[in-house]
Write a protein that binds this ligand. Sequence first.
Ligand code: HEC
Length: 198
Amino acid sequence: MKNHTLIWGAIAATGVAALWLFAAEPAPDKAHKLTTISPRKFADSLHSVIAADREAYARLVVERLAVDGRHIQVAQDWEGKPCLPIHAQLLRHAATGIQQRGAEFSYTLRSLWPINPSHGPQTDVEKAGLEAVAREPEANFYTEELLGGRSYFTAVYPDRAVLESCVTCHNEHAASPRRDFRRGDVMGGLIVRIPLEF
Ligand code: HEC
């Protein structure tokens, strides 16, 4: 009993001493306090959100309901039909919605082998970025770009065939200019643009 009282007494005393020390010492300045975010970090963060949402749609909706389950179709002419939109159409819809909400940044899906011809590279930077991520899939491509008199930070992230359904659907699509995609291949790139002038 006496021992217990002693131990608890010691713990309480240490606690009080620690609290006193904490109160007496001013909090040290954090060495890397974040006051601004670099365009690259901003683009990387946006890409993480977009990529995670795309993968969730592909895995949790399209694969389960349309590919494995065959409960519902996924098709480009989904409007007016009881079927799911293609992932790229969903992405375009969201990207337009974000712009309508006033976002200054933008993002789009592109490829050197597009099913939809409007997804081909639209600027020299897009072409260089798509070629770079196709050559070196482990590295993202970052640069600055002047468009309409405004400079942008432009990032290109490899878009890889993470699921078998990416490969089969693209290889079998009538409008696909490439039919030898394999699992893990880079199929295109997600372009993120952040304006550098406001
Ligand atoms: C059910 C078929 C289907 C599946 C599954 C699918 N895609 Fe697509 N994908 C398309 C179609 C169709 C388009 C063009 C849609 C449009 O814009 O009209 C497209 C567009 C794209 C584009 C833009 C270039 C282009 O071809 O127009 C990329 C890049 C792409 N898909 C990559 C992927 C990846 C990576 C996966 C797997 C995570 C995947 N796709 C799964 C059908 C599919």
